[in-house]
Write a new protein. Structure first.
Length: 292
C-alpha cells in the first residue's frame, strides 16, 4: 500500500512539472517577439515621417502630412522608425527604385514619396550644420551617409538617385539614442532635401532611410500677407480654361493640377501634381483625385 501511494505521488509530481513546462512554453510563444533590428530616423531637421508623427497622425496640421495619411493611413507614422530594408547590405540603389527613395521602396510608406513643396521644412543656411539622428535601438559599428539634393532640384518632381549629392560618410559609428553629426552644407536656394542612409554592419544587413525637407536662406520668400483694407477690384471677364483632359489614367504618367482623366468610365480631376504609381488609382487616392 505504501508503495502504491508513493507511486501515485510521483506520477502527480511529474504531471504538475510537465504542465508547468508546457504552460511556460505557451507563454513564451504568445509573447510578442522583440525586434532584433535597429530603428531610427532623422529628428533634427526632422524627416517627413518624424515631422508628421510629431503633429499627431490622427489630426495633422500640415497639408502634405494630411495627403500622405490619406494615401497610406496613419500606421506608417506610428511606425516612424521603420523606414527600412532588412537585406540592404549597401545595395541601396539596386533595391530602391527612383521616385521611391523616401519610402525606401516600401508600399507601406508610399505617402512619403508624394512630390510636394509643402512638406514641413527646416530653415537652414550654407555652412556648418549639426544633424541629429534619433535611434530607438542603436547598434554599434554602423555606417551613416548624408546627401543633399542638387542645385535646381524641384520638390514637385520625382526624387531620383541622380538628384542626390554626397555630403559625407561616417563609418564605424557607435550611435546612441540621439547622435549628432556635423556636415558642411554647400550653397543652395529654396526647397531642398537631406537624405540619410543608416547601414548596420555587424549582425544585420538592415538599413534605414530618411528624407528631411529643408528651406535655404535666399530662397524665394512667400508672398507678403496683404494688410490693406481697400476693397479689391472686381474680377475681369477673362477666364482661364482648365488644363486639357489627360485621357485614361495610367501609372507612370505625370499629372498636373486640373488635368482630367477617365478611370473605369468615370471622370476625375487632379488635385495635386504628381507622377502616378500603381496603387494611386483615382478612387484609391482622394487626396490626389476628385471625381467630377
Amino acid at each position: 500500500m505504501r508503495r502504491e501511494e508513493d507511486a501515485m505521488k510521483l506520477r502527480h509530481t511529474l504531471a504538475l512539472s510537465t504542465a508547468a513546462v508546457v504552460a511556460a512554453a505557451l507563454v513564451v510563444a504568445l509573447l510578442p517577439a522583440e525586434p532584433a533590428s535597429a530603428h531610427g530616423t532623422m529628428s533634427d531637421p526632422p524627416s517627413r515621417v518624424y515631422a508628421c508623427k510629431q503633429q499627431n497622425p490622427e489630426n495633422p496640421t500640415n497639408e502634405a502630412c494630411k495627403a500622405a495619411i490619406a494615401l497610406g493611413g496613419t500606421q506608417p507614422f506610428y511606425d516612424w522608425n521603420e523606414v527600412n530594408q532588412l537585406t540592404a547590405a549597401g545595395r541601396h540603389r539596386e533595391i530602391i527604385p527612383d521616385n521611391h527613395l523616401c519610402s525606401a521602396g516600401r508600399d507601406k510608406y508610399r505617402g512619403l514619396d508624394l512630390q510636394r513643396a509643402d512638406w514641413p521644412a527646416t530653415r537652414i543656411s550654407a555652412g556648418s550644420l549639426t544633424i541629429t539622428y534619433h535611434a530607438t535601438a542603436p547598434h554599434a559599428n554602423s555606417n551613416f551617409e548624408f546627401y543633399l539634393t542638387r542645385a535646381g532640384w524641384n520638390p514637385t518632381l520625382p526624387l531620383n538617385w541622380s538628384d542626390l549629392v554626397l555630403l559625407r560618410k561616417f563609418d564605424n559609428v557607435n550611435p546612441t539614442t540621439f547622435t549628432n553629426f556635423t556636415l558642411d552644407i554647400p550653397p543652395r536656394s529654396g526647397r531642398q532635401l537631406i537624405y540619410t542612409i543608416w547601414q548596420r554592419v555587424v549582425g544585420s544587413d538592415e538599413a534605414f532611410y530618411s528624407c528631411a525637407d529643408v528651406d535655404f536662406d535666399g530662397g524665394t520668400p512667400p508672398p507678403p500677407t496683404p494688410t490693406s483694407t481697400t476693397t479689391p477690384p472686381p474680377p475681369t471677364s477673362t477666364t482661364t480654361a482648365p488644363p486639357p483632359p489627360g485621357g485614361t489614367w495610367a501609372a507612370g504618367t505625370a499629372y498636373q493640377v486640373g488635368n482630367r482623366v477617365i478611370y473605369n468610365g468615370l471622370t476625375y480631376q487632379c488635385l495635386q501634381a504628381h507622377t502616378a504609381l500603381a496603387g494611386w488609382e483615382p478612387p484609391n487616392a482622394p487626396s490626389l483625385w476628385q471625381r467630377v
